[in-house]
Design a protein around this ligand. Structure first.
Ligand SMILES: [Mg+2]
Length: 440
């Protein structure tokens, strides 16, 4: 199994497209009073800035960093190029998030043998292809006999490196690592383990199962001991992307009351969240389905920047999708669904307090293969872009640039692009007719 993970993904895309930020600390997602850091560039990490850190803490640690709102369109475009490279290598690709995927190399035509020399060549070629395709982004790659070990290996390889774990060396490699390296060992579990003297994976490799079962319960204990011995036979699942969970209600009479519809959405969202939790999954896309009084059926969906299993998030997104649908003449059926399922939790960074313009980053019509009876969904109107730091702009005379800062009726733009060198900064009135935001 090969695991590829792009390095400091969001921040690297910003540095690629904004030459003046190359080699400098960049924090994506740290905009707004209650903002949370989504990604910090390696230059910002030197100052102790980390993902999921509150923006005010990141600003305290690294006041000179560029704090930028996310540009989901640019991230999604880069991600698609990377996933295409992976699919050219093997048909069995399981994306985990925009910047991360597993690949089953047994299905790769170009992998003629599984010796170290052949694999290293495959990995080197892949990393070079990813960098070329994305205009300079770097990826770290791990290869091992299982998903778990491949992910451990890519983590060891970071940044901009590769690591191949030879079959048979897994247990020894894991032995000195902290227990937190095992998926399913979060702070709470780690704390329980520490209290009984278990700190390293090696401790888990030797602790009697019954003893561990008393601390964690038998199922959890068995799962951890298996992984501590690098026993992980989960297959790479390319179809996982397509899976979805949904709940819908058909009403005996057409509903028109918005409060009533809202409370149905909340209930449906709780059910969907419950099913996600039961399956141990998180969803990246929320879908709303509405059948109106005249039987016209619409689906609307929105993709989040990071996966969630929280009922409040699903419910809030579904409610905002419903806001854009005309339901004045009554609703016959209402449904809430999720897709883009993953078993890897990325904290829901972008819903944690960014300005609302940044929070809702993507809107596109849902494509539901089972929905043969449905009228093609109209794309939901995009949220109006705003002058958030980092946003792309176009000026009729000065060309392409990005919002460096804005306030009191004025906006400062740096005119530079991926292909230019670092460019000049100019300030304009916000109502300058020659200047416009480019949605991204
Ligand atoms: Mg990454």
């Amino acid at each position: 199994v090969l695991h590829l993970d792009l390095d400091a993904f969001f921040a690297s895309v910003e540095q690629r497209d904004k030459p003046s930020l190359r080699g400098k600390p960049v924090v994506v997602g740290g905009v707004g009073q209650r903002g949370v850091v989504a990604t910090a560039s390696y230059e910002a990490r030197v100052f102790g800035v980390r993902s999921a850190m509150p923006a005010h803490e990141a600003r305290r640690r690294c006041p000179n960093a560029a704090f930028l709102a996310g540009r989901f369109g640019a991230y999604r475009e880069a991600s698609a190029l990377v996933m295409a490279r992976l699919r050219a290598l093997s048909p069995l690709v399981e994306p985990l998030s925009l910047d991360e995927a597993f690949v089953d190399l047994r299905a790769a035509e170009s992998v003629t043998a599984f010796d170290a020399v052949t694999l290293q060549q495959v990995v080197d070629d892949l990393r070079a292809a990813v960098t070329a395709a994305t205009g300079g982004l770097t990826a770290s790659v791990g290869v091992a006999t299982s998903k778990f070990m491949a992910k451990v290996a890519s983590e060891l390889a970071k940044p901009d490196g590769s690591r191949i774990v030879a079959a048979g060396s897994e247990v020894g490699l894991l032995r000195p690592m902290k227990v937190g390296v095992i998926p399913g060992v979060g702070p709470v579990t780690a704390d329980k383990l520490h209290r009984v003297g278990i700190h390293r994976v090696g401790d888990l490799q030797t602790v009697p199962l019954d003893e561990l079962a008393q601390v964690l319960g038998r199922n959890h204990a068995v799962a951890l001991v298996e992984l501590a011995h690098a026993r992980d036979d989960r297959p790479v699942e390319p179809e996982r992307e397509a899976k979805s969970i949904s709940v819908e209600d058909t009403f005996e009479r057409d509903l028109v009351n918005l409060d009533e519809l809202a409370s149905i959405l909340r209930r449906d969202a709780r059910q969907v969240a419950g099913r996600l939790a039961a399956a141990g999954l998180f969803a990246r896309t929320v879908t709303l389905k509405v059948r109106r009084h005249d039987f016209s059926t619409l689906t609307r969906s929105r993709t989040l920047l990071s996966a969630t299993d929280r009922a409040e998030v699903i419910s809030a997104v579904a409610a905002s999708l419903l806001d854009a649908v005309d339901v004045t003449e009554g609703v016959r059926l209402l449904g809430v669904g999720v897709a883009g399922l993953t078993d890897v939790l990325q904290e829901d960074l972008f819903s944690a307090g960014l300005p609302s313009d940044v929070e809702e980053l993507e809107a596109e019509p849902a494509v539901d293969p089972r929905a043969g009876d449905e009228i093609a969904a109209e794309p939901e109107p995009r949220r109006r872009p705003s002058w958030v730091p980092g946003a792309d702009v176009q000026h009729e005379r000065h060309g392409a640039g990005w919002v460096w800062g804005a306030g009191v009726g004025r906006v400062t733009v740096r005119f530079e692009t991926r292909a230019s060198g670092p460019g000049p900064v100019r300030t304009f009135s916000l109502d300058d007719p020659e200047l416009r935001l480019v949605s991204g």
